[in-house]
Design a protein around this ligand. Structure first.
Ligand SMILES: [Zn+2]
Length: 291
């Protein structure tokens, strides 16, 4: 039996309870205006419960090896929805199989019952997001003084410029996604036997169908950086790690420096902007490393 979720977030934490209720009401308002469509939640099967525990343990262990402080994720914060469901918030439609809200610390996965590979790969990806660097701001809407919202400013390597009036610029958005997905592939391929139900499954690259184009571009960027700085990065992995580290620590100074040294002044910002929209084009920037 499917359940219907509350249309407003159940966890809003600010220093002010009046503020919390205002945010809650704003969501309800959007809901009744038809701007948010409810999702049909479904129960997890016992096999899925087991899969969740093993994936959670795997991600936590792997991140700790990278020096990231983590803890196991609360299982009731992971919710499953039937694939026929779609969230629509204004004109934005979710076309991915999973979302993680770092602000409310919740993961939503859209998958058929017992589609184990999809669930495992989406869950690893979203758990990585949950553990990434997050900073947020509490802001008032310019035209509605009584409406206050909590907005993310940084999500991993992604910078969200909320000061733009129209559409917010989300620098590095698709680079952050590509890196998250590359890390997802590495974690699952290196530890496939830890997930019992998938232990005989072959984790071939082509089964990972998220952010394919962006993953190729991220790899080209890392390869260029490595080739141009072989003294600092003897291997691809060392160059990749500087990106991964920034995603979790939020510190980008070291990364920005090496990028500017390789691709020229202003290139860090430029790469961020190119990765804010699809399709991402960076060939001209990468070519600068050769000149
Ligand atoms: Zn993602």
């Amino acid at each position: 039996m499917g359940r219907f979720r509350d249309p407003a977030p159940d966890r809003i934490v600010t220093s002010d309870t009046k503020l919390e209720s205002r945010i809650h009401h704003k969501f309800l308002e959007l809901y009744f205006e038809g701007k948010i469509i409810q999702l049909e939640e479904r129960d997890k099967t016992p096999q899925e419960e087991m899969l969740i525990s093993q994936v959670d343990f795997l991600v936590t262990t792997e991140l700790e090896k990278m020096g990231v402080k983590t803890k196991l994720f609360s299982r009731d914060k992971i919710r499953f929805f039937t694939p026929s469901s779609r969230v629509r918030l204004e004109d934005w439609e979710v076309d991915t199989a999973g979302t993680a809200s770092m602000l409310s610390q919740e993961i939503e996965i859209v998958a058929e019952k017992d589609d184990y590979f999809l669930i495992a790969s989406v869950l690893v990806h979203e758990l990585i997001h949950i553990h990434q660097f997050l900073s947020s701001i509490v802001a008032t809407e310019p035209d509605q003084e009584n409406v206050v919202t909590v907005k993310a400013r940084r999500l991993g390597l992604e910078f969200i410029n909320q000061s733009e009036n129209d559409e917010s610029l989300r620098s590095f958005r698709y680079l952050n996604e590509a890196l998250t997905e590359i890390l997802t592939m590495i974690m699952l391929k290196n530890n496939s036997t830890q997930i019992e139900i998938l232990k005989d499954y072959s984790f071939d690259d082509h089964f990972f169908t998220s952010y394919v184009d962006e993953k190729i571009l991220a790899c080209s960027l890392i390869t260029k950086l490595q080739n141009a700085n072989p003294d600092i990065f003897p291997e691809f992995n060392e160059a990749a790690n500087i990106f991964f580290r920034s995603m979790f620590t939020g510190q980008t100074l070291e990364l920005a420096r090496i990028i500017e040294k390789t691709f020229g002044k202003g290139s860090f910002r430029e790469i961020g902007e190119r990765f804010s929209k699809r399709p991402v084009v960076i060939d001209d920037i990468l070519a600068r490393a050769d000149s």
